[in-house]
Structures are given as C-alpha cells and as structure tokens.
Design a protein around this ligand. Structure first.
Ligand SMILES: Cc1ncc(COP(=O)(O)O)c(C=O)c1O
Length: 433
C-alpha cells in the first residue's frame, strides 16, 4: 500500500504548507497618510532641528506612563546613557543587568564608569531573576536595569521588593514593551528612570528615537545637561550655567522622527491589538503541540515586540535543528532569536571594556566569563522565534499551524530520512533592533 503523499513534508519532497505571501503580513512599520502628513508638516515648517513637536512627543509619553518628566533622544541607546548619567554613578559602582537583552541596555553605563554585573534571567517571563539579583548584590551595587524582554513584563513584585530592601535604583528598559501593563500600571512607569527605544522595528517607531522618563527633577536635569544643549538655558536652576557647553554630547531627537513617533504612538493600541489577536490565536494552537508560548498570567497585559516561544524536548518529537529546518522547508519564517548573550561577547570576555571603563586600581571588575550564567545560557538555547504577524490575516496563521501539524505527524519519517542537520548558529548579533 503506498503512503498518502498529499500531505508529505516539504523537507522530504512534498509541497510546502505555507504558500501565502508573507511580505505584507509582516510589514512593519504600518504607515498611512497621517504619518506622511505629520512628516510633511515639519518639512513645510522648515524647522528641522528644533521644533515644538519634540516636547509634544514628550508630553505624549508622560501621559502614557504617568511619569513627571520626559526627554526625547535621538535613540534609545542615548536615552540609556542619560539614565546612567542621571543616577550620578561613580567609578566602580555596580549595576545589575540581564545578559539576555540587546547590548544597549548594558554598554552605555561603561562610559560613566559603572560596572555591569550580569544576572540570570528567569525562565517564566525572561526578565531578571529576582533570586539571582539578590545573590549578585555587593556593597557597591547601586542600581538594576530590567528589560521587559519581547514585550513580556518582568517579575516586578519581587524585583521592586529586592530593590527597596537594598536601596537600589531601577532603570526600566521598556524598549520592547510600549503598551504593556503590569498590575494596572503601564510598563514605562515601573522604574526610577525608564527608557523607550523608538527604533524602526519597535512597537511605536520613529525611525530612530528614544525617550527618557523619570519622576525626580534632578534626574531630568542631569539628562538635559548631558545631551540637550538647547534645553539647558530653559532650566531655572543654577544648572543653566552649563548652557554654553553641556556635559559633552548631543542627543536630541530630530523633529521629523518625533512627528512620526507621535502618530505611531497614537496608533499603538490598535497595532498592539492586531499583533495580540494573531499571536494569542497562534500561541493557543502551539501550546497544544507542546511549545511554551509565554501567554501571560491574568495580572499582566503583554505585548509582542517579537514572538518567541520555547522548545520543550520532552514534548516535541524532533530535535530543535531538525524541527527548524523542516518548518523552514514548509515556508515558515522560523529561527533562533537574534540576541546573543551579552556576557559572552568579546567586548567583555577579551577585556576590551577596560579601555573605556577606567576603574581605579583598587577596584577589580567582575570575572566576565562566557561560562557564567548557566541557567540563562541553557534557557536561551531552547528559544525559537516566529514572525510577529503585525499585519496578517488568519489564513496565513492557519497555514503555519498546518506546517507544524505536518512536521509533527511525519516526525519519524523526517528523522529517518533527513540528512544530518547541524545545530543552527546561535543568533545574528548584527542587528540593531
Ligand atoms: C531592549 C533594548 N534596549 C535598548 C535598545 C536601544 O535602542 P536604540 O536602537 O533606539 O538605540 C534596543 C534596541 O534597539 C533594545 O531592544
């Protein structure tokens, strides 16, 4: 009896399950005439460098988060540098950070002399592990950087408790979490200082842009002093005396970007709803296949900067490289997530950080070794990234589900016939998103 080959896996010569075009389904950002008009409005004004739109954007973000002060920046990296500068960290002060994040959550602090101390990420929400935070605290620890990775709010109850107990400041990197909510509080309102990136892939993109937010005037003032020469003169404190120099860099946002950012922020809820509708539908199906999809507990409203799921070897009938390859053959855009772990990068492991972080001789930096953070390394190897389908209809999602079904049903045949499949390269470290 010949086997039914109509639903045969593409990796074994069958037809791919995913046939619909994916370009429009994954188009991002979603721009309309309103975006064009906003940008054109600035061009017509002709004020391309300093324009009221920057303050309007700041006020939008202050409203979104309930934070008192906001300062727009040319990117999130600059806003993070401002956050470290604002805390007035001294050489050798330690800041506890995740390794599982984009580099910009960590590296800018080195320019103000602060020492990153890498901490494990917990497996449930992929944020800082509160238990490991506490283990990493020393007499020099001053602050924590937390990241709501992929749009999933971190374990704030425990993190806030540890921070309070040890008198640590929280820098909240909310770059993946525009619109996410934790216990009725918006992400972006949970730190002493919060930063959003508005880079082009983000949920409310400006092309390039960043927002710095805080409640303390003193932090705002230091951020202005660092990077916004034209605002220093507006300060009503003795800090105005620095109006001729600033503290050495210039990081204000371009009005064209700010104009775009305002429109994208206005449409954030609508855009997030579309992603959530698509990805919750897909998640519920993928949970049945044995994947962990990071559906949030009821006290959290998560968003999806990216759609990352966890491979469970006990429930999935193929090793991860074979699964990825088989699904890719079906036409699925599926891969390992793209952030390499920061603590394993040559900047730290080969000691290059020392040329910027000029620590006093009596202070030695931590032992940065690629072997550290065993739990994070292990957890990271089991993550898989799928598209976030920001503009997709249900038909394409159903084709993805069909692709998974087909690969699972024929797992044994795939294992028996497919050529040896290599471990995929860890991640693509060369993206700035
Ligand atoms: C978590 C996180 N923090 C910070 C940044 C830096 O922002 P930017 O690219 O706007 O400098 C990014 C990404 O771009 C990010 O993903």
């Amino acid at each position: 009896m010949s086997a039914d080959r109509s639903n045969w896996p593409a990796i074994l010569g069958g037809q791919p399950a995913v046939t619909l075009d994916q370009t429009e389904a994954n188009r991002w950002p979603l721009l309309t005439e309103e975006d064009e008009q906003a940008v054109l409005g600035i061009l017509k004004d002709g004020h391309l460098s300093i324009h009221p739109v920057a303050k309007e954007l700041e006020s939008d973000y202050a409203k979104l988060t309930g934070m008192e002060y906001a300062l727009s920046h040319n990117n999130g990296t600059a806003a993070l540098l401002a956050a470290f500068f604002a805390l007035d960290l001294k050489p050798g002060d330690e800041v506890i950070v995740p390794s599982a994040t984009f580099w910009a959550s960590v590296l800018p602090m080195i320019w103000v002399g602060a020492v990153p101390v890498f901490c494990e990420s917990e497996p449930e929400r992929l944020g800082l592990d509160p238990v490991d935070i506490e283990r990493k605290i020393t007499s020099r620890t001053r602050a924590i950087v937390l990241v709501h990775l992929w749009g999933l709010p971190s374990k704030m109850t425990e993190i806030i408790e540890v921070a309070k107990k040890h008198n640590l400041k929280i820098i909240e990197d909310a770059s993946h979490a525009h619109g996410a909510v934790w216990r009725d509080r918006p992400c972006g309102s949970l730190g002493d200082i919060t930063v959003f990136s508005l880079q082009g892939d983000k949920l409310a993109p400006a092309g390039e842009g960043g927002i710095f937010l805080c409640r303390e005037y003193e932090y705002y003032e230091r951020a202005v002093l660092l990077g916004d020469i034209s605002r220093i003169i507006e300060l009503e404190t003795p800090a105005r005396r620095f109006a001729a120099t600033s503290f050495g860099i210039k990081t204000r946002i371009a009005p064209l970007s700010a104009a775009l950012a305002r429109i994208q922020l206005k449409r954030l809820e609508e855009h997030n709803q579309k992603r959530n509708q698509n990805l919750i539908y897909l998640s519920e199906e993928l949970e049945n296949f044995g994947f962990h999809t990071f559906l949030p507990p009821p006290h959290i409203k998560r968003v999806y900067f990216e759609f990352v799921i966890r491979f469970n070897p006990d429930r999935i009938p193929l090793p991860m490289p074979s699964l990825l390859k088989a699904l890719q053959s079906e036409g699925c855009h599926i891969s390992m997530p793209r952030y390499p772990l920061i603590h394993q990068q040559p900047f730290f492991t080969e000691g290059h950080f020392r040329s910027i972080l000029r620590l006093p001789p009596e202070i030695s930096p931590p032992n940065y070794s690629a072997e550290n953070l065993e739990a994070t390394c292990q957890g990271n190897r089991s993550l898989i990234k799928l598209p976030s389908f920001p503009n997709s209809g249900k038909e394409l999602l159903d084709q993805y589900i069909e692709a998974f079904k087909k690969v699972f049903v024929h797992a044994e045949a795939i294992m028996n016939s497919a050529p040896e499949i290599e471990e995929p390269a860890d991640t693509n470290p060369f993206s700035d998103a």
